[in-house]
Design a protein around this ligand. Structure first.
Ligand code: UD1
Ligand code: CA
Length: 462
C-alpha cells in the first residue's frame, strides 16, 4: 500500500459565517468542526496530516496546539483552492504515494467513504479521483461535466453556463491524488474565472489534457459531503449528525421518545432498554448503562450512569458517577467528582460537589453537600448544608455509615459524624459527633406563658 498523506484546506475566510471565530472551530455535536475532519483523516492511518491555514491562522493553530502528527502551512494571501494545496508542496517534497485532500468545512464525511475513495483510486491506478454526489439542489457547488461517461472537467457555479448549472452531479471538494504528477500539474492552473482565483477544480481538465486517468466516486448519501458555509448550514449539519447518532442508538436497543429534541454527542455510549425522554442532552464522554430512564429536560455531561438508574426531570449532572439503581432529581445538580452509591437517592433541590454518597443513602430535599464523604445508609435530612468554605479554604465533612442527620442542620467543616450517630434537627455542628451519640447544637426552646395576652393589654408605645 502506498503512503497516504492528508491535506486539509482551512485557510478561507468563512465570510458567510459572520463570526469572530474561525469557521472550522465552530462546534458541531460538541466538537469543533475541524475535529470531525481530523478524526476522519486519522482513520486512514496517514503518514502525514497537513492543515493549510490563512485567515484566523493563529486562532486555529492555538486551538490545535500540541496535536500529535499534525503540521501546519500558511497560505497568505488566499488565492484559491489550487493555490492553497500548492502551499503543502515544500512539506511533501520527495514523498510518493497518495495525497488525500479534505476540506475543513466538510465534517460529515465518513471514514468508510474515505476508505472507499482510496480503494477506488488505487484499484483504478488513477492520477486523481474525485468524490461526487447526485443532488436535487446543486446550487453553489462545482458541477461535474462528463464526456462519454467520463469526467472531463469541473465548472464552478459562477462560471457555469445555464446548461451546466442544470447538472446535478456536484464536486464534494474531496479528492485522492497520486503525488507524482500533482504539484507540477498545479502550476498549469490559471486564474481566468469570475473570482480570479486558482481553482483546484481546474486540475481535472489539466489532467485530461495530459491524458492522466481521472476517476470519480459517487457517494450513496449526499448529506455526507455537505459543506458548512453559513450558520444555517451549521445547524443543518449538526442536525444530521444528531440524527445519525440517535438512529445508531435506537438500532442498538435504546428508546428515544422524541429524536428531534434529543441531543447526544457522538462519543456517548448508552445501554439497551434505556429510555430517553424529550429535551435530554447527553454530552462529552458520558456512558449510560442499560435499563436507565432519563426523564425530560436533563443535561448530562462527562458522566457515568450504571444500570437501572433513574434521572427525574430537570437535572444538571456534570462529571459524576452514579451506581446501579440510584435515583436522582427532579431538580438536582450533581457537580464534578460526585459519586452516588448503589440504590442511593438524591431528591429535589439537592446540590452535590466532590462528594461521595454511599450505597442506600438518601438526601431527598433541599441540601448542599460539598467536599463530603458520606457512608452507606445515611439519611441526610431536608435542608442539610455542609459549610465547606471558610472564605479561604475548602474543608471536608465525613458522615459514617448509618448516621442520621436531622433536617436543617449545618455541618461546619472540618467535621465528622460517627457511625450510627444522630444529629438533632436544626443543629449547627461544629465538633465531631462520636459513633452512636446524639449531637445537638442549638439553643433550647423557651415558652413564655401568657405572653400574647400581656402584649395585647400593654398600651401601645409611640
Ligand atoms: C469548493 C469547490 C467546489 C465544491 C465545494 C464543495 C473550488 C474552486 N470549488 O467550493 O467545486 O463543490 O468546494 O464544498 O475548489 N480555501 C483555502 N484557501 C483558499 C480558498 C479556500 O484554504 O484560498 C479552503 C476553505 O477554507 C475551505 C475549502 O478550501 O475549507 C473550500 O473553499 P470554499 O471557498 O468554501 O469553496 P466552495 O465555494 O465551497
Ligand atoms: Ca465550502
Amino acid at each position: 500500500m502506498p503512503d497516504i498523506h492528508v491535506v486539509i484546506l482551512a485557510a478561507g475566510q468563512g465570510t458567510r459565517m459572520k463570526s469572530a471565530l474561525p469557521k472550522v472551530v465552530h462546534p458541531i455535536a460538541g466538537q469543533p468542526m475541524i475535529e470531525h475532519v481530523l478524526r476522519t483523516a486519522g482513520s486512514v492511518a496517514p503518514a502525514t496530516i497537513t492543515l493549510v491555514v490563512g485567515h484566523h491562522a493563529e486562532a486555529i493553530q492555538g486551538f490545535l496546539e500540541g496535536r500529535q502528527g499534525l503540521q501546519f502551512v500558511r497560505q497568505v494571501p488566499q488565492l484559491g483552492t489550487a493555490h492553497a494545496l500548492q502551499q503543502a508542496e515544500a512539506l511533501l517534497a520527495g514523498r510518493t504515494g497518495t495525497l488525500v485532500l479534505l476540506s475543513g468545512d466538510v465534517p460529515l464525511l465518513r471514514a468508510a467513504t474515505l476508505g472507499r475513495l482510496i480503494e477506488r483510486h488505487h484499484a483504478a491506478a488513477a492520477a486523481a479521483t474525485v468524490v461526487t454526489a447526485l443532488v436535487e439542489r446543486p446550487y453553489g457547488y462545482g458541477r461535474i461535466i462528463r464526456s462519454g461517461g467520463r469526467i472531463a472537467r469541473i465548472v464552478e457555479e459562477r462560471d457555469a453556463s445555464s446548461a451546466e448549472r442544470r447538472v446535478k452531479e456536484i464536486n464534494s471538494g474531496i479528492y485522492a491524488f497520486d503525488l507524482l504528477p500533482l504539484f507540477d500539474a498545479l502550476r498549469e492552473v490559471r486564474s481566468r474565472n469570475v473570482q480570479g482565483e486558482y481553482y483546484l477544480t481546474d486540475l481535472i481538465a489539466v489532467y485530461r489534457r495530459h491524458k492522466l486517468p481521472v476517476e470519480t466516486l459517487v457517494v450513496d448519501d449526499p448529506r455526507e459531503i455537505l459543506g458548512v458555509n453559513s450558520r444555517r448550514e451549521l445547524a443543518e449539519v449538526s442536525a444530521i449528525m444528531r440524527q445519525t447518532k440517535n438512529e445508531e442508538l435506537m438500532a442498538a436497543g435504546v428508546t428515544i421518545i422524541d429524536p428531534a429534541s434529543t441531543y447526544i454527542d457522538p462519543d456517548v455510549v448508552v445501554g439497551a432498554d434505556t429510555v430517553i425522554h424529550p429535551g435530554v442532552v447527553i454530552q462529552g464522554h458520558s456512558r449510560i448503562g442499560a435499563a436507565c430512564e432519563i426523564h425530560a429536560y436533563v443535561r448530562i455531561a462527562d458522566t457515568e450512569l450504571a444500570d437501572r438508574v433513574t434521572i427525574h426531570n430537570f437535572c444538571l449532572i456534570v462529571g459524576a458517577r452514579v451506581a446501579d439503581g440510584a435515583a436522582i432529581g427532579p431538580f438536582a445538580h450533581l457537580r464534578p467528582s460526585t459519586e452516588i452509591g448503589q440504590g442511593a437517592k438524591i431528591g429535589n433541590f439537592v446540590e452535590l460537589k466532590k462528594t461521595v454518597l454511599g450505597a442506600g443513602s438518601k438526601a431527598n430535599h433541599l441540601s448542599y453537600l460539598g467536599d463530603a464523604t458520606i457512608g452507606a445508609n445515611v439519611n441526610v435530612g431536608a435542608g442539610t448544608i455542609t459549610c465547606n468554605y471558610d472564605g479561604q479554604k475548602k474543608h471536608e465533612t465525613v458522615i459514617e455509615d448509618g448516621a442520621f442527620i436531622g433536617s436543617d442542620t449545618q455541618l461546619i467543616a472540618p467535621v465528622r459524624v460517627g457511625k450510627g450517630a444522630y444529629v438533632a434537627a436544626g443543629s449547627s455542628i461544629t465538633g465531631d459527633v462520636p459513633p452512636g451519640a446524639l449531637g445537638i447544637g442549638r439553643g433550647r426552646q423557651v415558652n413564655v406563658e401568657g405572653w400574647v395576652e400581656r402584649k395585647k393589654a400593654a398600651p401601645a408605645k409611640t
